[in-house]
Design a protein around this ligand. Structure first.
Ligand code: NAD
Length: 246
């Protein structure tokens, strides 16, 4: 479905980003991925991606940093020649009751989750504009739609992503560039493994499908938005949540 296309995925060393990279490579896309640092694990991921017969390369970059992003996107364009799919996936949590939330907790989450989406979209848009096409996919969250106690910073960042996504869809539609968001529910990754067992159990009991999602469940929705299957879908938020919060 994606042969001849290049996808750029942020925060793909593990979790949902890694599953997305593997899914898109499996459909023939060349893959440029970023994370904060390169490691044995990212070298292994490059090899795994390349085993699909595609080009794949990892880059160390802090998605929250504007200059870093300009630089890495320049390197990726020089190496791959084009960018057809941008998946803004990098994200962090720094949860806590608002009463106790520090300015640092607020700033870090807004910078990594929301400013990164601005940074990468801004750096990639001239490339897509020139190509007269592209698909931008931003990783929001169900709590960006519904809010969540103890996650005021995270929910605000993920709600901001939805406003950004819809605005970009309206601004870039004229060049055939689509922009959509995915709002995952409770997905079993290292991010959620950090939660205490009783909280994880309580989340799962609220999910009509009675299980946490897998990174591959999210990657399937990304493939739909990345491919021509969704050629007339833009400005949307797809919740991948097992009917939680619906
Ligand atoms: P994860 O913590 O397993 O992976 C996130 C990756 O992003 C890590 O490899 C990390 O190193 C990288 N990263 C963090 N800060 C970065 C930065 N400044 N620059 C570049 N890379 C950075 O998380 P995950 O569960 O795979 O989540 C991926 C995305 O999905 C995040 O945006 C998250 O908010 C979102 N999401 C996750 C869930 C869930 O239940 N796991 C639910 C909704 C949304």
């Amino acid at each position: 479905m994606l042969s001849g296309k290049t996808a750029l995925i942020t925060g793909a060393a593990r979790g949902i980003g890694k599953a997305i990279a593997l899914k898109l490579a499996g459909e023939g896309a060349d893959i440029a991925f970023t994370d904060l640092a390169l490691s044995d694990a990212t070298a292994q991921l490059e090899k795994e991606l390349q085993s699909n017969g595609v080009k794949a390369k990892g880059y160390a970059s802090n998605a929250a940093n504007f200059e870093d992003t300009q630089k890495v996107v320049g390197e990726i364009v020089a190496e791959f020649g084009r960018i057809d799919i941008l998946v803004n996936n990098a994200g962090i949590t720094k949860d806590g009751a608002l009463k106790r939330m520090t300015e640092d907790q607020w700033d870090a989450v807004i910078a990594v989750n929301l400013k990164s989406v601005f940074n990468f979209t801004k750096a990639v848009q001239p490339v897509m504009w020139k190509q007269a096409g592209g698909s931008i996919i931003n990783m929001s969250s169900v709590v960006g739609v519904s809010g969540n106690s103890n996650q005021a910073n995270y929910s605000a960042s993920k709600a901001g992503i939805i406003g950004f996504t819809k605005s970009v869809a309206q601004e870039f539609g004229i060049r055939g560039i689509r922009s959509n968001a995915i709002a995952p529910g409770f997905i079993e990754t290292e991010m959620t493994a950090a939660l205490p067992d009783e909280i994880r159990k309580a989340w799962i009991e609220q999910i009509p499908l009675r299980r946490g999602g897998t990174p591959d469940d999210v990657a399937g929705a990304v493939l739909f938005l990345a491919s021509d299957l969704s050629s007339y879908v833009s400005g949307q938020v797809i919740q991948v949540c097992g009917a939680m919060n619906c």
